[in-house]
Ligand binder design. Sequence first.
Ligand code: GDP
Length: 258
Amino acid sequence: MGDEARGASEGAKIGGARGAPPEQQNVAPGADEHHPTIASDGDSAPPSSLVPPPSDPLVIRRLEFLGGMAQAGGWRPEPSHPEVAFAGRSNVGKSSLLNRLVRRKALARVSKTPGRTREINFFSVNDRFVLADLPGYGYARISKERKAEWWSLIDRYLRESPQLRGVVQLVDARHDPSDDDLRMFDFLADLGTPTLVVATKVDKLRRAEATARVGTLADALGVDAEQMIPFSAVTGQGRDELAAAIVALIDTPPWRHS
Ligand code: GDP
């Protein structure tokens, strides 16, 4: 059975469902199997780099993997909380960004589990909002059929999620947008979805170069340079700015009803 054909009932299980021994699963001790809480990276005190600064706009108190949506129109968690989706082509740095954002390595590890890479993976953050990690697109060797399945999964999710507040769209600061990036931007613009644009891996560029690249990218994507958040998962640059923008987004009403 292909991973994409799996039913939603498996979605909420990361404890035991894939046969990995418990110590390899990112579930906090005592978390129940269907709604496991994602553990922080260490058993005891987290390393100082993971201790949030006092001004952190998004202190992560609770993180819970809710499950994955494998097919268009398939299972998804009850849309009871505001949702923010994260999109970008494969390898853009989405997993690294998510790890930085929530200060847990385990979140993106769940999304990178074989079989989950083509799903939309949902995480509850602080019981306040839901983060939807969309599968990476633009993988070179992907077949036409699979690509069509991918677009239909994303298309329906974005159209049919009543609590969606916006999309965080990632582009690699070093490269021009791909055709798939442009298609995604067009699609989001058509829907009218509020979009935060993050330029990833800026640590790979010198400061002046990064500023120039962000400007070029903004032009290519048709957004203001001020709308873009330069980000580095290595240095943490942009993490708090992104966190604050997400908090502002989830506090607004769904744009479809406003
Ligand atoms: P994903 O496929 O979009 O989830 O991308 P990953 O987060 O797995 O990152 C892809 C590759 O880029 C990995 O080798 C990461 O270590 C690297 N990477 C991701 N973010 C950054 C960043 O901010 N700076 C640098 N230098 N490398 C990064």
